[in-house]
Design a protein around this ligand. Structure first.
Ligand SMILES: *Cc1c(COP(=O)(O)O)cnc(C)c1O
Length: 628
């Protein structure tokens, strides 16, 4: 496909590649090549606005912290591939998310290099007189202005609001300084700019979305703004206006972890929302009731989003069950399992994550990475030739491992994710003696490459990072355990293309989906993971290994023992077993099964097609019905 993204991306720190922006010049879909959307749906007037606090498109554009943002980026890329009419709306952070350095004591040092719009090929959106197009949002007695930048993601535009505008007060300018920096009030101001400002920006740009997709609770204020506008422009009452907003709103919840479900103190929230609520024919008390469950304190953004979105989903089958139980209190009349939250399992954008070498081999056997969902032919990965697949895999390992002084022949485990307690990075290190025996084995050695950031305010996460750093510095593990700094999209790409096994050890039911394992699995890197999130539905013994069973979490100790048992009895023997041609035939068979299974079921194309058919189109039709 002409607009597809490729994994040939530039080195760290360079401007986004022109291919990222190719759609800007390409314009509408070429007539000779109708998109999936045009062939299957093409509903007139249909337009989705996708609102997200973060977007991860490329390492040179640090407007993301981790999984949530990269998912949003992959969503836009896949929507572009499929031709689904979507526009993204987010914030342009002048200092983005931090770069990580780890000092000799294992402490994380955070720096915030500036983002320069000119170097990042963003286009300023202008008003008719040629001056910057501005949106205004009232915040605590002050009018905050924001300008709008556009970034073309293939044919999908992403609009980014930026409060660094002449005439704004210093405090107003700071709103878009950093992603997830600052205190609760700062975050509230950012979320008002995203939700209220985002909805106003669409209007200022002349766009009329029929569906608004709220990616995580951060953007939920968009619903209040849309209700206010209906009340002021049509004379509807708040309840009727909110019904219309609900009909056309899709909300995705991304985590069961309490810290990921924001809450604002009521006095703070009142000082910012009182006026908006009244102009919308409602009151702050009514909004606060919408934004809380029985007996809860504060204004909860997930609750607000669930109550103002008529269509809601979790991000894996298992997370759907967890989310329905977790939020059941919002629907006291329903049994918990009938709470109206479905699921669309996350996916990753294959052309962005599969190595160039493997992509070429796959194309050679007839797999179309950016093809229409269900028509990509991933099962043909079974036809890959052992020697060629192994050569490509070895090349990916050499590229990652040789600069680190590690031997690419050894079985290499990758572990990279945010350092936070529930992800249990320490599980593998919980029995240091047993691990030492594995890494020091002369015949069948094991080595481990790790990376990850801790949230700037997560002291426990930083302690986990420091303990891993101590293992990496321990002379007994020298040359066998390596911790890399600054986990970002570029490093993630190298890791998921350059190790043999992708390890994930979350505490069960806390990992909503996880996507790094999908990136790895598509590259033939075998998952060894707790049955949580996406792996609970993906696990198949021919394509990887599962720690634990499907029903319970058995505690750190028991799960660590099982992890070691799997490594010793299954993973290491399979990797080091060579056939007469000197190839690990059994391992290669598992790699092919992994590529086929993960590619088929966990691509972002499949995900976006599911959103389109099961959420966007019904929301669009509901909205049309109510509007007439
Ligand atoms: C994919 C990705 C993530 C999310 O992966 P999880 O499996 O959800 O931890 C986080 N950070 C980066 C840089 C990624 O590429």
């Amino acid at each position: 496909m002409r607009d597809a993204f490729t994994s040939q991306q530039p080195a760290d720190g360079e401007a986004p590649p022109s291919i990222l922006l190719a759609g800007a010049a390409a314009g509408p879909e070429p007539a000779d090549e109708p998109s999936w959307w045009q062939r299957e749906h093409a509903e007139p007037g249909f337009l989705v606005a996708y609102l997200s606090m973060e977007f991860g498109l490329h390492e040179s554009l640090p407007l993301y912290a981790g999984g949530l943002g990269i998912l949003a980026g992959d969503h836009l890329k896949a929507a572009a591939d499929l031709g689904v009419p979507v526009v993204g709306v987010g914030l342009f952070y002048r200092h983005g998310y931090f770069r990580q350095v780890i000092d000799a004591a294992g402490r994380q040092i955070e720096t915030y290099p500036p983002n320069d719009p000119a170097r990042l090929s963003l286009t300023a959106q202008l008003a008719s007189g040629g001056e910057p197009l501005l949106v205004e949002v009232e915040m605590g007695g002050e009018v905050v202005r924001a300008r709008i930048w556009k970034l073309a993601v293939g044919r999908v535009p992403l609009y980014l609001l930026d409060s660094e505008v002449d005439g704004n007060s210093p405090a107003a300018r700071e709103i878009t300084d950093r992603l997830y920096g600052g205190d609760s009030e700062h975050r509230l101001r950012q979320e008002l700019l995203l939700g209220v400002g985002g909805a106003r920006a669409l209007t200022a740009l002349g766009l009329v979305p029929t569906v608004v997709h709220i990616n995580e609770g951060h953007a939920a204020f968009a619903s209040l703004e849309r209700a206010r506008r209906l009340v002021e422009s049509t004379g509807l009452g708040f309840t009727a206006a909110l019904e219309r907003v609900r009909a056309s709103t899709v909300f995705t919840t991304h985590t069961p972890v309490p810290a990921g479900n924001e809450r604002f103190a009521l006095p703070l929230a009142r000082s910012y929302l009182d006026d908006l609520a009244r102009r919308g024919g409602s009151s702050f008390e009514e909004i606060a009731r919408l934004a809380s469950g029985p007996g809860e304190e504060g204004l909860g953004m997930t609750q607000l989003a669930l109550r103002t979105a008529g269509h809601a989903n979790a991000v894996s089958e298992l997370h759907g069950q967890v989310a329905r139980r977790m939020w059941a209190g919002l629907w006291p009349g329903l049994a918990a399992e009938r709470a109206p939250i479905g699921h669309v399992t996350n996916g990753v954008h294959a052309p962005s994550w599969v190595s160039a070498g493997l992509a070429e081999l796959l194309e050679g056997v007839g797999v179309e990475l950016a093809g229409a969902p269900g028509e990509q032919g991933w099962e043909r990965a079974g036809r890959l030739q052992d020697d060629r697949l192994w050569a490509v895999h070895r090349a990916g390992k050499a590229e990652l491992l040789e600069p680190l002084g590690l031997d690419p022949l050894r079985l290499t485990i990758g572990f990279a994710r945010r350092f936070t307690t529930y992800k249990r990075a320490g599980l593998l290190f919980s029995d240091a003696e047993r691990l030492l025996r594995l890494v020091a084995d002369e015949q069948r050695p094991l080595q481990i490459v790790l990376a990850g950031k801790a949230h700037p305010r997560d002291e426990e996460g930083k302690a986990v990072l420091a303990s891993i750093a101590a293992f990496a510095r321990d002379p007994r593990f020298a040359g066998r355990v390596v911790l890399l700094e600054n986990y970002d999209i570029g490093l993630a790409r190298r890791l998921v293309q350059g190790v043999d096994v992708w390890l994930n050890t979350p505490r069960r039911l806390q990992e909503a989906s996880g996507t790094s394992g999908m990136k790895a699995g598509m590259n033939g890197v075998l998952n060894l993971s707790v049955r949580d999130g996406w792996w609970a539905e993906a696990f198949a013994p021919q394509a990887g290994w599962a720690i634990g069973d499907e029903v319970s979490a058995r505690g750190d100790e028991a799960e660590a023992q099982e992890l070691f048992r799997l490594l010793e009895q299954s993973v290491l023997p399979a990797y080091y077993e060579l056939d007469s041609a000197g190839l690990p035939a059994r391992w290669l068979g598992m790699m092919k099964a992994s590529i086929a299974l993960v590619g088929e079921r966990f691509s972002a194309g499949r995900m976006v097609a599911e959103y389109a058919e099961r959420y966007y189109l019904p929301a669009h039709r509901d909205a049309m019905r109510l509007a007439t």
